[in-house]
Ligand binder design. Structure first.
Ligand code: CDP
Length: 208
């Protein structure tokens, strides 16, 4: 079974994906981390984020098991990741890795921006998780503060708007809801209600 979850930054799709995977006994891949890992490697080498030849090389050698979420989830790396994510050849490499992960038994939950549209167009269930940009900025600000770092709501809001525009506006694999995806708007939901709603959608889809 493959569950595809897409949505904009800080919509809560990562937490939902992790919990759905645990609930249904599936493996989980946060595909955002693959773009973050490539961006972080370019930053460490002091190279421009548009250096596609190096980005592709890094992607070819990427070991999914070695990605360090605690380092890669930094807010600034998200911005850099969305800048490398416009590179078509790089996306081809990462999509191959992600599809290999998805095809490995017993199945998987993948979350990202193009899972239902490009990576796993034949997924058994597709969810498009969203929330108002204000709610997402609030959540992301609280998340950064809870890690003991500084964050300011207004600049996080601007960052998310810029990233949404770049992710939705790019020509290759833009962020968009697949036609057969179930929409889950979590603006008014806490994580527990969002999780219950997602389990309901997946359980119903499995029966049909
Ligand atoms: O956690 P957050 O929602 O902030 O971001 P993320 O899911 O880690 O993704 C970081 C960036 O990677 C996004 O802004 C996208 O530009 C890019 N990305 C993508 O293009 N395709 C994916 N399947 C996943 C992420």
């Amino acid at each position: 079974m493959i569950i595809a979850i897409d949505g904009p930054a800080a919509s809560g799709k990562g937490t939902l994906a992790r919990r759905l995977a645990a609930h249904f006994g599936l493996r989980h891949l946060d595909t955002g981390l693959t773009y973050r890992a490539v961006a972080a490697a370019l930053l460490v080498k002091g190279l421009p984020l548009g250096d596609e030849a190096v980005a592709v090389e890094v992607a070819r050698n990427l070991d999914l098991a070695q990605m360090d979420k605690s380092v890669l989830s930094a807010h600034e790396i998200g911005e850099a990741a969305s800048r490398v994510a416009v590179l078509g050849e790089l996306r081809n490499e990462l999509v191959k890795l992600q599809q290999k992960f998805a095809a490995t038994p017993p199945g998987a939950v993948l979350d990202g921006r193009d899972i239902g549209t490009v990576v796993c167009p034949n997924a058994d269930v597709k969810l498009f998780v969203t929330a108002s940009v204000a709610a997402r900025a609030r959540r992301r600000t609280d998340e950064i503060l809870s890690k003991g770092k500084e964050a300011d709501y207004a600049s996080v809001l601007e960052d998310l708007k810029r990233r949404d525009a770049r992710d939705s506006g790019r020509t290759v694999a833009p962020l968009k809801q697949a036609e057969d995806a179930h929409l889950l708007d979590t603006t008014e939901m806490d994580i527990e209600s969002a999780f219950k709603a997602a389990v309901d959608i997946v359980s119903r889809a499995r029966l049909s």
